[in-house]
Design a protein around this ligand. Structure first.
Ligand SMILES: Cc1cc2nc3c(=O)[nH]c(=O)nc-3n(C[C@H](O)[C@H](O)[C@H](O)COP(=O)(O)OP(=O)(O)OC[C@H]3O[C@@H](n4cnc5c(N)ncnc54)[C@H](O)[C@@H]3O)c2cc1C
Length: 405
């Protein structure tokens, strides 16, 4: 098993007793990590979606981690999902982003809020990787403030029709189904729908000019009077934002897990490089300033992993008591803390790793160069640094101190 991952499992087991079944999942994650490393690097160099990701994750039974067994999932607690994300996050944010969307934004949303028919129709195919899902909340004019979204729907007989634009959507051009959030034209109520991505009136373009995250597909999706059967609405009419925020809570924790994996890789690559590279007549690892960088990355790993594992354990309690508002608020705060800390430290660790690698680090051919470019997005998607700060602070300050509505 990959050395740092084995250590992480040991540490996490201090907070959560890992069962035999859970251990098997972690071993599969390690195997998938080995299998995906080569393809991920190759597709990164070609700046394209890693088309092998869904198949390899599915063969290793990792696409149904949070879904109940009734629908073919594994019913794993959040701490196991976080550890799996950590192992795959060691390869950068591409695989991690695919999993975030498929598992935490879409499968978990359908399982928690969907009808029996929706669950039976979508979950078994999603957990096998037969169908790929995307989550369409952000728009060109609505990012940090998704409640200001402009996509509209109206009733048309027994169906709905949606018009609008969704922007920066992961899995956007490769998905079979999209969870779309839109506002009812007259009442202004925001609702969520499962939309067949091949419906008439949908136009999709890939957004290629990113500064990293090349192996993840990102798209813009136009909806022009797209007809959606009435039964494709998720939950009640008007529950859209509630559904969106619960999905983001799942995905934020996933981002934190992936970021711990980035720090693992930054540390491992830096130690190896510092042992091998010789300058001024000795290994650069014998220069004290390089040791300082390595020490800092090791500190970052400890500072990122503990709040992430802790938030996962807290979230498990909340998932068992979803009606407990105090527990929900505490979990949201813990998850925001974990995401805020882990994403900042992942970027900082990747930056230090690039420094240790010198000119070679400043290249997309170098794994640390890839980590540097990839990790930046973790401070933006699933809620920016600033939005996490506002959630953390207002949660502590109490009612009346919300900095935004
Ligand atoms: C690669 C990638 C993949 C993505 N995948 C998806 C996806 O699958 N689905 C999806 O729906 N979205 C996705 N997103 C969108 C992402 O969630 C948004 O980019 C993010 O929420 C920020 O929104 P924005 O880009 O519009 O920035 P803005 O909201 O315009 O923010 C700009 C700046 O203003 C700050 N700001 C905004 N409001 C406040 C405030 N009240 N107080 C202080 N500062 C504030 C922000 O923190 C930020 O620094 C993705 C984004 C990227 C880059």
């Amino acid at each position: 098993m990959e050395e740092l991952f084995a250590k992480s499992i040991e540490y996490a087991s201090l907070m959560h007793k890992i069962s035999e079944d859970e251990m098997k999942v972690l071993i599969s994650a390690d195997k998938a990590g080995d299998e995906l490393a080569g393809p991920e690097y190759e597709h990164y160099m070609k700046r394209e979606f890693n088309s092998e990701t869904p198949g390899i994750l599915s063969r290793n039974s990792l696409l149904g981690l949070p879904v109940s067994k009734e629908y073919g999932g594994l019913d794993m607690p959040p701490i196991i999902s976080v550890l799996v994300k950590e192992r795959l996050g060691q390869l950068g944010m591409g695989i991690s982003s695919f999993m975030n969307v498929q598992l935490f934004l879409c499968e978990q949303t359908i399982e928690r809020w969907g009808s029996d028919t929706q669950k039976k129709e979508h979950l078994p195919k999603a957990v096998k990787g037969e169908k790929i899902y995307a989550f369409g909340l952000t728009e060109p004019e609505a990012g940090s403030d998704p409640a200001s979204l402009r996509a509209e729907y109206k009733r048309d007989g027994s169906a709905f029709k949606i018009t609008g634009t969704k922007y920066l959507i992961s899995n956007g051009t490769i998905s079979d189904h999209i969870i779309v959030f839109a506002r009812e034209r007259d009442s202004g109520k925001i609702s969520a729908f499962i939309v067949d991505a091949r419906s008439a009136g949908i136009g999709r373009i890939e957004l290629r000019e990113k500064i990293g995250l090349f192996t993840s597909d990102t798209g813009m999706i136009e909806f022009d009077d797209v007809e959606i059967p009435q039964e494709n609405m998720i939950g009640n009419e008007g529950a859209g934002m509630h559904i969106a925020y619960s999905a983001l809570l799942n995905a934020r924790l996933g981002v934190a897990g992936g970021c711990v994996g980035i720090i693992d890789s930054a540390l491992k690559a830096s130690v190896n490089r510092a042992r091998e590279r010789i300058q001024h007549g000795k290994e650069i690892g014998k220069h004290q300033l390089i040791q300082q960088h390595i020490s800092a990355i090791a500190q970052n790993l400890e500072m990122a992993r503990w709040p992430t594992y802790y938030a996962a354990v807290r979230k498990q309690y909340y998932e068992k008591n979803p009606e407990d508002i105090t527990l929900m608020e505490e979990t949201e705060r813990n998850v925001s803390l974990a995401k805020r800390i882990a994403s900042r430290l992942a970027f900082e660790s990747a930056d230090r790793a690039v420094q240790i690698h010198g000119g070679f680090g400043y290249s997309l051919m170098s794994p640390v160069g890839q980590l540097f470019c990839d990790s930046r997005v973790a401070r933006i998607y699933e809620g920016t640094d600033e939005i996490q700060d506002l959630k953390i602070a207002s949660g502590l300050l109490g009612k009346g101190f919300e900095a935004y509505r």
